[in-house]
Design a protein around this ligand. Sequence first.
Ligand code: NAD
Ligand code: UD1
Length: 339
Amino acid sequence: MAKILVTGGTGYIGSHTVIELIKAGYEPIIVDNLCNSKELVLDRIKEISGVRPKFYKVDVCDENKMREIFKNEKFNDIIHFAGLKSVAESVKYPELYQSNNIGSSKVLLKLMKEFGVHNIVFSSSATVYGTPKKVPLKEDDPVGGCTNPYGQTKLDIECLLKDYAKENKDANIAILRYFNPIGAHKSGLIGEDPQGIPNNLMPYVTQVAVGKREKLSVFGDDYNTPDGTCIRDYIHVVDLAKGHLAALNKLKEKPGLVIYNLGTGKGTSVLELVHAFESANNIKIPFEIAGRRPGDVPENYADVSKANKELHWKAEFNIEDSCRDSWNWQKKNPKGYEE
Ligand code: NAD
Ligand code: UD1
């Protein structure tokens, strides 16, 4: 069984990917400092997959502890999910976002070189495209103009990886630009567990459905879109997880550095998502139209033809499936992973 280092593996996307890795015969070694996840996730992974992955409660920025892990575990592949991801928090604490997100990536690259580890998959984001001039977004469309420090860290790490690939001809790097992950494993045992008031749309909707919040505020209905609300590309987290397996397979072909959008290729408006949730789950979601949220772009969805063709990967779940699975997770875990 091939060992693989998974940083941030107890988080939302990481935990779903660990399940797929185990299914595919990998032995995931998880490193997470639990700043935004719970150790209980490991029990849930075991319940689903039969395997409780090896776990190190370590900060990836801690070079010495990470060196020990590289020394002891001996793996050839890394998936780097670990990072802070709140846009609002990043505006408040930009240095924290830089030191954590960029710092952890630098440590990994340094140790990859030291230990001759060649393959890494990195969690980037559609946020690197800034305000798109046109949609759907293609991988070679311009990046930059990030409106917040979180997005800027993703762009900076992409640059670090590109420089590393130039200097290290043996390196194989997949930069995956995620669009909007939603949904949960069909068992309802793992899912997204935001701390405090959710910033993102789907966890807010599910918390309204479960009675934790009174109503959803729809941020703006006066955009230049068919129903006036913003359009995004919502991808089921299990499809996203499978995209990582496809990317790992690509790295075995020794491609150097590759970049892929992971999305569905289909845009869905805020109101369409609310209505899909209502019809998939037979629940009413009370909402009001509120003002625009600063920094929101009207329309953002992926051209996924490159990933479809080169990774032989395609998102399979539709928006109703995602709404059903998000709700299944929320209703089985009304307080998230809190006991
Ligand atoms: P998450 O917060 O659920 O998972 C991230 C995990 O990383 C958490 O378990 C956290 O405890 C851990 N972590 C953070 N800093 C760490 C450090 N220095 N050392 C060790 N562990 C650390 O987030 P997620 O939604 O699963 O996102 C995973 C990755 O994908 C992140 O890099 C995020 O920026 C990126 N991403 C997420 C989205 C999204 O909408 N969820 C979109 C685009 C990109
Ligand atoms: C946001 C971040 C982005 C990050 C992504 C994943 C901003 C500006 N962008 O993207 O950098 O990569 O999350 O973490 O924060 N909405 C409502 N009501 C709500 C919540 C959201 O109407 O209570 C709307 C938003 O205005 C947006 C859509 O729903 O039009 C999706 O919002 P969200 O889930 O926060 O994702 P993004 O804005 O695409």
